[in-house]
Design a protein around this ligand. Structure first.
Ligand SMILES: Cc1ncc(COP(=O)(O)O)c(C=O)c1O
Length: 353
């Protein structure tokens, strides 16, 4: 067409996980939480006043900032509210990267990073993870303006200890964004690093542990100078009034949050064991999904056969991971449906034809 900047013209754009329309599906392809949001969120939604919609929202979402600061043991000035974690990724790449200021990250990882880099016309330095998905040594010396480490990582579900991330932050000359989208299901998080390092940004989302993927709410935790700089780059009203109210209610109901996270972790253990007993190789996951390697390179076939049974999991036609399926942890009932479909497919040889 010729109207767009060259790098936009060349970019395919991010491919989101398929959102099936039918109600009767087992949807395990986009790492949503299978349980509803907190009743406090739904009560807050029912009590939204016309006045909250008529007026512009608080540009910084201070009610949420205060609640999130209390939850994370930091000050409100250390919190930046975002329209989902993806908004923060986009803000950070726009803030730190351009043609002369590359982005770096270990791969395989979240497939949005290279898309955002192309749109920003910055180089994306991709360094493969080590054998055990440990941090690659070269990551510290790329000279990138922004380095992103997804921890726990997607789609592998693997996790790097905080001490190694701290050592990386210490060696980097640029900013380190730790994408903790899945940290609600992990054993540790990196919030403590924000106090020690002026180059660390921690990303959080309410899409996973808080069951609010449809609301679009995430936030950054960082030292004040970094937050102040990011505020200059964000849209003036990047979060809406309803989202601020509902997100605040969600993080104030920690009892409900913890209860759901525990249920998902328990189901994760059961799902992992069942998949292993079917012969799939499934590393321990620190997220709300598992990354399962199938035999005989049959991932594409199994993915298709599951889809025909209205069961959706995620598959990438990428040579590095095309023998694997990423499966979100669902309810006990959803996981059972998946397992019995997989048993059927394997026993009928459907993974081989
Ligand atoms: C690794 C990773 N980071 C960030 C996000 C952003 O999530 P959201 O924009 O829903 O907050 C996702 C969403 O799936 C993700 O997988």
């Amino acid at each position: 067409m010729g109207y767009f900047r060259d790098n936009v013209e060349r970019t395919e754009g991010y491919t989101p996980g398929f959102q099936p329309k039918a109600a009767e599906v087992v949807k395990l392809n986009t790492n949503e939480n299978p349980y509803p949001p907190s009743p406090l969120v739904m009560k807050t939604l029912a009590e939204i006043k016309p006045e909250q919609l008529r007026r512009y929202p608080d540009p910084l979402g201070n009610a949420f900032r205060e609640a999130a600061a209390a939850l994370n043991g930091v000050k409100p000035e250390n919190i930046l509210c975002c329209n989902g974690g993806d908004d923060l990724l986009s803000i950070a790449i726009r803030a730190f990267c351009d043609e002369g200021h590359p982005l770096a990250y270990p791969i395989p990882t979240y497939s949005l990073y290279p898309v955002l880099a192309r749109l920003q016309n910055c180089e994306a330095i991709e360094i493969p993870f080590g054998e055990e998905f440990d941090l690659p040594a070269g990551l510290a010396t790329t000279g990138a303006a922004l380095t992103i480490v997804c921890n726990p990582n997607a789609p592998t579900g693997s996790s790097v200890p905080m001490e190694e991330i701290a050592a990386l932050a210490d060696r980097l000359t640029g900013v380190l964004l730790i994408d903790e989208a899945y940290v609600d299901f992990a054993e540790q998080n990196c919030t403590a690093l924000v106090k020690d390092f002026d180059n660390v940004i921690v990303l959080r989302t309410l899409s996973k542990g808080y069951s609010l993927a449809g609301l679009r709410f995430g936030y950054a935790i960082a030292q004040k100078d970094l937050i102040d700089g990011l505020v200059k780059v964000k849209d003036s009203y990047n979060i809406d009034a309803v989202a601020i109210a509902l997100a605040t209610a969600a993080i104030e109901d920690q009892a409900y949050f913890r209860q759901n996270v525990e249920k998902i972790k328990k189901e994760r253990t059961a799902l992992t064991e069942q998949l292993r007993s079917l012969g799939l190789t499934v590393p321990d996951s620190h997220s709300n999904f598992v990354f399962a390697q199938v035999r005989n390179g049959s991932a594409a076939r199994i993915h298709k056969q599951l889809e025909q049974r209205n069961i959706f999991v995620r598959y990438w036609d990428d040579p590095r991971i095309q023998d694997k399926l990423r499966i979100s942890v669902g309810t006990e009932e959803q996981n059972e449906k998946l397992i019995s479909a997989l048993k059927e497919i394997v026993s009928s040889g459907g993974d081989r034809s």
